[in-house]
Design a protein around this ligand. Structure first.
Ligand code: ADP
Length: 450
């Protein structure tokens, strides 16, 4: 039994509802918050209590002092940050601790460490994890950067040290382009993250993005729940996630998972986390970053492992020991997650928010839907365009692909444009069905879809 009795959910949308579901099953009370534009959110109704957080709709979910105040007033003993917003704020985690509120996530020092991609690379290298050649100090001068890039050998990638969501990243194929891309990466980093530091690393051609889900308690016990293949990306942002990877050989899988577990153990990291790697065409792998929160794509791992990641986060934060040993964890079947975005692929993926006039969710065997939208709901324009996640499961790879198509076919959303047709186009494509895809796949295929 977890010592946590009441949780404030510092988030909105599908992940707020997901956390409420986990809490209900654990017998934990929930307190939700909602901004001025979120009054109609399902999570507002489903939590035991809900509090308005007024002001700018985005800032409202980032104003951690206010959120901590609400948590204290409502006698919450813990806060779950979900993903996005404050989930990777070391300052927030620290402020929770100072106010005797449990932050459901890792220690503040580890959030800070892994929030800096350069510092992360140095830290994991020390514990035996392969990293890509590049700088581990910020590069502030374009000429100097160009010289380093030539030394590493083109192509290189310029990356925002404190970046995320595929932003602040530029691939440079030749020296003549370096200066311009350096400036645009820096400017984008300042615009989105308030910190302009960028670093340079070797660009891997046609890699797969493979990440390992880690669960670690406060007593040094660490397990992995297998890997996810998140290679189906548009402009370095995940669109479809799969577990396990359909074309990863067992020896590489084993090595990847063991490397991730070992690193987390050595660093003394706790709670859940994801170690992200790029796997090249020779099956060599390299660490790119560690995410210190629950990820959008966590359901595919829950499906194949049968383990509720959000519930384990809560128990571990409350001081419980890990329930399973590595050898007791069984990975079975395949799961695919489709990120359902209210956006128009015909119009450069512009957000297509508005009122959902008609709606029918897919169902039946092997289908899970994590969303907070419903018929009559108006998607506010203030947040990202993801309105839900369709997750499917089957024992075999070809079965899960067929199930995905069946469930996408059933999914009916009227009133807003979504990327459901794009998902269908992807999974009916021959290479996808054969598991032949890498991080360039979708950007290359997009022009061929109608
Ligand atoms: P973010 O934190 O913005 O998501 P990541 O470092 O996790 O950034 O990288 C996101 C994606 O960008 C990767 O999945 C991959 O497609 C691409 N990428 C990042 N670094 C490299 C690299 N060195 N070589 C090739 N692709 C890369």
């Amino acid at each position: 039994m977890s010592k946590i009795k009441r949780i404030l959910i510092a988030n909105r949308g599908e992940i707020a509802l997901r956390i409420i579901r986990a809490c209900k099953e654990l017998g934990i009370k929930t307190v939700a918050v909602f901004s001025d534009v979120d009054e109609d959110g399902v999570w507002v109704q489903k939590a035991d209590n809900s509090y308005a957080i007024s002001g700018d709709p985005l800032e409202a979910y980032l104003n951690y002092k206010n959120l901590i105040n609400i948590a204290m007033r409502t006698r919450c003993d813990a806060i779950h940050p979900g993903y996005g917003f404050l989930s990777e704020s070391a300052e927030f985690a620290r402020a929770c601790e100072e106010n005797d509120i449990i932050f459901i996530g890792p220690k503040a020092e580890h959030i800070a460490l892994f929030g800096d991609k350069m510092a992360s690379k140095t830290a994991v290298k020390k514990v035996g994890v392969p990293i890509l050649e590049g700088t581990v100090e910020p590069v502030s001068d374009a000429k100097e950067g160009e010289r380093i890039a030539s030394e590493i050998g083109f192509p290189v990638i310029i990356k925002a040290a404190f970046g995320g969501g595929g932003r602040g990243m530029r691939i440079v194929y030749k020296a003549g382009e370096f200066q311009e891309f350096f400036e645009s990466a820096t400017n984008e980093a300042i615009k989105y993250f308030g910190k302009g530091e960028v670093f340079i690393e070797k660009y891997v051609q046609n890699p797969r993005h493979i990440e390992v889900q880690i669960v670690a308690d406060k007593y040094g016990n660490v397990v992995h729940l297998g890997e996810r293949d998140c290679s189906i990306q548009r402009r370095h942002q995940k669109v479809i996630e799969i577990a396990p990877s359909p074309r990863l050989n067992d020896a590489t899988r084993k090595k990847l998972c063991e490397t991730a577990v070992n690193a987390v153990k050595e660093i003394g990291y706790e709670n859940v986390g994801t170690v992200e790697f790029l796997v090249d065409e020779n099956d060599d792998f390299y660490f790119i970053e560690m995410n210190t929160r629950v990820q959008v794509e966590h359901p595919v791992t829950e499906i194949i492992s049968g383990i509720d990641i959000i519930q384990r986060m809560i128990e571990i934060a409350g001081g419980d020991k890990l329930k399973y040993k590595q050898e007791e964890i069984v990975i079975r079947g395949y799961s695919i997650e489709f990120r359902i975005n209210a956006e128009n692929p015909q119009n450069n993926f512009m957000p297509a928010v508005g009122k959902i006039t008609n709606y029918m969710a897919p169902g039946g065997p092997g289908v899970r839907l994590d969303t907070s939208v419903y018929a009559g709901y108006t998607i506010p324009p203030n947040y990202d365009s993801m309105v839900g996640k369709l997750i499917v499961y089957a024992l075999e790879w070809d079965g899960v692909v067929r199930k995905g198509l069946r469930a996408l076919d059933e999914f009916f959303i009227d009133g807003v444009v979504t990327n459901i047709p794009l998902h269908k186009a992807i999974i009916t494509e021959k290479d996808f069905k054969e598991g032949k895809f890498n991080t360039s796949y979708l950007d290359e295929k997009l022009p061929t879809f109608d």
